[in-house]
Unconditional design. Structure first.
Length: 415
């Protein structure tokens, strides 16, 4: 199983200088990228998330070689602050699921420094968080220390990969419904991080899907479909435990209507609690230009019950800057039905909004990925999250954290 972790650089500077972070970002990114190019040798990989955060992977090891990273803090301090005693550099290395990683990356610099300065009890994140600092007064000096470690998850089932013609497992059934699960892939870590759930009549498994063509959406049956999926997910998570979030559908227009909004609210209140990180919502049929207030109200409602909120769109021209800060974790573009050239053009147009995604601290994602060429384009454009037929086929059970190198996609069944 390959090792992966998110590296984040924090700077011990005064509150007055925090405003200079945007100016320092390009230099931090340049020094870190040059260091990793020379020290984090192939087959190890690194991918920038923002100027202060990088995803590190090592497909040949189950543990990252953190010793190689110790010199990075010293080199950054020298480049940023010279020989001055003011200003220190702290490296944070986080290993956890996608939801916690997104929270870790998105946390404001000042809030993160304050949280970790005098940690009492668990940190705000699950998984493992390690720290090393150039501060001469820091405990253990220039040595890594672990701030928290959760018990490792149970080993996932062994996956079976392509060729595409291989058969997927049949859907599970619950109370007259067929459940199908589809994995969501986190490319920087080369691993699946969770699954979407679809509940259909047992006689018609796989009829609906949020990760395929727009024709597979439950047009005219949105409320019934959403509530069926929420009920099925509730029963599934009551009987099963997992190490990744379960994504359930929530129709944007259904939540906007007064006649159905309270029905959804009652259903949300009945969700099993347990580990809140197990619950994630995909808001589908989002209009191209939803009002700022309407979108904020919907996401505030969902935030009370779901640890992850994904906004699914069908228009590559969607205005990312129109999304309220902190409202959603990710925005997913469904690639349009049509010729290959049109689909790839939509992907490129969507990924051109990188700066807007960074400003809003939102993860970009694409779904309805059907071919190897589209998968390669998504990886080349550094899209973090990918899903669709070329990524994962229908599963009988939900996927948790399952390591899978990009060259072995699609995942077609789990043994």
């Amino acid at each position: 199983m390959s090792a992966s972790a998110c590296l984040r650089i924090t700077l011990g500077i005064s509150d007055e200088k925090l405003a200079q972070l945007e100016a320092l970002g390009p230099l931090v990114s340049k020094v870190t990228d040059a260091f990793l190019e020379s020290r984090w040798a192939w087959p190890k990989r690194h991918a920038p998330i923002n100027p202060y955060s990088f995803m590190l992977t090592d497909p040949k090891s189950s543990e990252l070689d953190v010793v190689q990273l110790e010199r990075l803090a010293e080199e950054l301090k020298l480049k940023l602050f010279g020989t001055s005693e003011s200003g220190d550099v702290t490296l944070l290395l986080f290993e956890g699921d996608a939801a916690d990683t997104a929270q870790f990356v998105g946390m404001e610099h000042g809030d993160l420094i304050a949280t970790l300065r005098e940690p009492i009890g668990p940190t705000p994140f699950g998984g493992r968080l390690m720290k090393i600092s150039t501060d001469p007064d820091a405990p253990k000096g220039m040595r890594w220390r672990t701030l928290e470690r959760e018990a490792p998850p149970a080993a996932p089932p062994a996956p079976t990969f392509g060729p595409r013609a291989a058969l997927a497992l049949g859907p599970a059934e619950t109370e007259g419904q067929a459940l199908t699960f589809r994995g969501l892939y986190f490319a920087p870590a080369q691993a699946f991080i969770g699954s979407s759930l679809s509940a259909d009549p047992a006689a018609e498994p796989g009829r609906h899907s949020l990760l395929d063509s727009v024709t597979r959406l439950p047009r005219g049956q949105e409320e019934a479909y959403d509530l069926a999926c929420l009920n099925a997910a509730n029963r599934y998570l009551t009987a099963n435990t997992g190490d990744g979030p379960l994504f359930v559908p929530v129709c944007f227009s259904s939540l906007m209507r007064r006649s159905t909004r309270e029905t959804y609210a009652r259903q949300f209140r009945e969700l099993v609690t347990g580990d809140p990180r197990q619950w994630a919502a995909i808001v589908y049929e989002t209009p191209r230009a939803p009002s700022f207030n309407a979108l904020g109200d919907i996401c505030d409602m969902l935030r009370r019950h779901f640890s992850i909120v994904d906004l699914q769109i069908d228009d590559a021209g969607f205005e990312v800057d129109g999304v309220p800060p902190g409202a959603v974790n990710s925005i997913t573009l469904r690639l349009p039905d049509g010729p290959a050239a049109m689909r790839l053009a939509a992907l490129r147009r969507f990924t051109e909004k990188r700066d807007a995604f960074r400003r809003r601290k939102i993860w970009p994602a694409i779904t309805n990925v059907r071919t190897a060429a589209e998968l390669e384009a998504g990886l080349r454009e550094r899209v973090p999250f990918l899903s669709g037929p070329a990524v994962c086929g229908p599963m009988a059970e939900a996927l948790g954290r399952v390591a899978c190198e990009t060259g072995r996609l699609p995942l077609l069944r789990a043994a």
